[in-house]
Write a protein that binds this ligand. Structure first.
Ligand SMILES: Nc1ncnc2c1ncn2[C@@H]1O[C@H](COP(=O)(O)OP(=O)(O)OP(=O)(O)O)[C@@H](O)[C@H]1O
Ligand SMILES: Nc1ncnc2c1ncn2[C@@H]1O[C@H](COP(=O)(O)OP(=O)(O)OP(=O)(O)O)[C@@H](O)[C@H]1O
Ligand SMILES: [Mg+2]
Ligand SMILES: [Mg+2]
Lengths: 285, 285
C-alpha cells in the first residue's frame, strides 16, 4: 500500500520543505515512485524542484476548488521517479473560499484516493491519457491493482488551518521535523492535539517519525534540546539526524534537490540515510 | 504619538519573535515605554519573556473574545519599561471563533486605542485601577494626554490569517525580518499584497523596515540574498544587520532577553544598534 506522509510542524523554518524534497528524492533514487504535494501557499517546495508557480494553472489551489482531478496537476521533476503537485500564492485564498464547504478537510484525500487507484482500464483517473510518455511512471498503474505511487509526501504550511487539516485527513502518517532550538517543544502540544482531533475523521493516522533537523552538535543548546526531544518522544525519534549544512540551503536557489546540487555533501548523506531508515533498510550499526 | 509596529513575515523561523523581544528590550533600555503583544498561538514571545502560557487566564485570546480590556492582560517583564500582553495555545481557536464576527480584524485595534488613551481621570481605560504600583509605568498616563506607551510591537504567527490581519489593522508600520536564505524573497509578494489590502481599512499603514536577520556573511548565499533584498527594497532595508549568534537562541530557554542573558554578545550589540536606528539616533558612520 502507498505510504502517505504529512510533513508538518506549525513552528516555522524547521526544515519541512527541505525534508519533503530531499527525502522524496532519496526514496526515488532507491527506486521508489514518489509524489510530492505542495500544500503551502508560499510554494517553496514547488520552486525548490524547479517550478515557476506564477506560470502554473493546475496546482493544489485549482485542485482544492474542484476544477480538475489530481492527475492533471501532477508534473515530473528532473529526478526520475519523483513527481510533484505544485502550489501557487493563490492557495492562501483557499482557506477562506472553502470556509463554508461541508467536508472541506477531505478534498485532498478524495483526490489522492481517486488517483492512487486508477480506473481498471489502466488509464489515469477519469480516463485521461497519461502525460508522462513511455516509462510506467507515477500515475500509471503498471500492474492492475498496483497503486500509482509508493510514497506521497505532503509539505504543510507553518499553521494548523484548513490546508494542514487536508493533509492530516489524507495522510496515514505524520513526520515532524524538529529544530534543535529552544522553541522546538513549545508548539508540539498543539500538533498532537490536531492529530488527535483528526483521528475522528482518519482513524489510522499516527505520528510515525520525529526527525531532528538543522542539527549543530557543537552547541550545548542543540545537545540539550536533543536530549529533551528523545526523552519526550522516545523511539519515534529517528536514528538519523539531519546536520546543518549550507549546501541544503543553496540547492533550492538552483531548483535542484541536494542530490542534483551536491551529492557528496553531508546533506545528501543524511537524507539518504533517512530514506534507508524509512524503508527499514538501515544497516544495524 | 505611539509607534505601533507589526513584526511579520509568513515565512517561518526568520526571527520575528526574537526581533520583537530584543528590539523591545533595547528600546526600553533607552528609556522608552514599550508594550509587546503576542498574537502567535505558539506563544513563543510570552515564554521568551518568562511567562507560563498554560497558567495564564488573561491573554490576547480572551482579549479577542471580548472578555476584558487590554489593561487587564498587560503584564510586567523583568526589564523595566517593557510590558507584555501574552498569548496562549488556545489563541489558535480565535481564528475559527471569530470567523463570523463582523469587523473581526478590528478587535485588537479598538482594544489598543482604548488603552493607549486612558480615561481623563488618569486611571486605566474603563477606570480600572492600575496594577503596576508606584512608577508611572506602561498603562498609566503620567501627563494628561500622553499615550500609555511610546512603542507597541506586535509579534505575528507565520501566516496571513485573522490574527495577522488584526495586527495589520492595529499597526501604523510593518517591520519585516528577512532571513538571508533563498526562500526569503518568495513570500514577500504575499505580504505586500496583504499590506495593500489592509490599507483600505487602515490608510496610514506602511512597510517601514526590512531587517536582515540571522546573517552569516561568511556564506556566498547570504551575500547574494542581501544584494537581492537591497536591490528589491532599497532604503527600506535597515543599515543594521542582525548577525547569527547562538546567544540569541539560548536566551529564550532562560526566559530572558538578550540583554538579561549576555549583554556583551553580538546579538545584544546588533539589537541595540537597531533600536538606535529606529529612534533615528544612529551615529552617522
Ligand atoms: N539541515 C539544514 N542545514 C542548513 N540549512 C537548512 C537545513 N534545512 C533547511 N535549511 C534552510 O533553512 C531554511 C528553512 O528551511 P525550510 O524552508 O525547509 O523550513 P520550513 O519548515 O519548510 O519553513 P516554513 O515554516 O516557512 O514552511 C531554508 O532557507 C532552508 O534552505
Ligand atoms: N540572529 C540569530 N542568531 C541565531 N539564532 C537566532 C537568531 N534569531 C533567531 N534565532 C533562533 O532561530 C529560531 C527562529 O527564530 P524565531 O523563533 O524568532 O523566528 P520566528 O520568525 O518568530 O518563527 P515563527 O515563524 O515560528 O514564529 C529560534 O530558535 C531563535 O532562537
Ligand atoms: Mg516550508
Ligand atoms: Mg515567532
Amino acid at each position: 500500500a502507498t505510504r502517505i506522509i504529512a510533513v508538518l510542524n506549525q513552528k516555522g523554518g524547521v526544515g519541512k520543505t527541505t525534508t519533503c524534497v530531499n527525502l522524496g528524492a532519496a526514496l526515488a533514487r532507491r527506486g521508489r515512485r514518489v509524489l510530492l504535494v505542495d500544500m503551502d501557499p508560499q510554494a517553496n517546495l514547488s520552486v525548490h524542484v524547479g517550478m515557476e508557480p506564477h506560470k502554473l494553472t493546475k496546482t493544489t489551489y485549482s485542485l482544492l476548488l474542484g476544477k480538475h482531478g489530481l492527475a492533471e496537476a501532477v508534473q515530473p521533476t528532473d529526478t526520475p521517479g519523483l513527481f510533484v503537485v505544485p502550489s501557487t500564492l493563490g492557495l492562501a485564498n483557499a482557506e477562506i473560499q472553502l470556509a463554508s464547504t461541508v467536508g472541506r478537510e477531505l478534498v485532498l484525500r478524495e483526490a489522492l484516493e481517486e488517483w492512487l487507484h486508477p480506473a481498471p482500464e489502466g488509464q489515469g483517473p477519469g480516463g485521461a491519457p497519461l502525460p508522462f510518455g513511455q516509462t510506467p511512471a507515477v500515475g500509471e498503474a503498471d500492474a492492475p491493482g498496483r497503486p500509482s505511487a509508493d510514497f506521497v509526501l505532503i509539505d504543510c504550511p507553518p499553521s494548523l488551518g484548513t490546508l494542514t487539516m487536508n493533509a492530516l485527513c489524507a495522510a496515514g502518517e505524520v513526520l515532524l521535523p524538529i529544530q534543535t532550538e529552544f522553541f522546538a517543544l513549545q508548539g508540539v502540544a498543539g500538533i498532537l492535539e490536531s492529530v488527535k482531533a483528526v483521528q475522528r475523521l482518519n482513524r489510522g493516522l499516527r505520528l510515525s517519525m520525529v526527525v531532528p533537523s538543522m542539527v549543530d552538535r557543537r552547541t550545548t543548546l542543540a545537545r540539550d534540546v536533543l536530549d529533551e526531544v528523545r526523552g519526550y518522544f522516545g523511539d519515534v525519534v529517528t536514528k538519523t539526524e539531519i546536520r546543518k549544512n549550507v549546501k541544503l540551503a543553496e540547492a533550492p536557489s538552483h531548483g535542484r534537490t541536494i542530490f542534483g546540487w551536491d551529492a557528496r555533501s553531508n546533506g545528501a548523506e543524511d537524507y539518504d540515510h533517512l530514506a534507508a531508515e524509512v524503508l527499514g533498510e538501515l544497516e544495524q550499526t
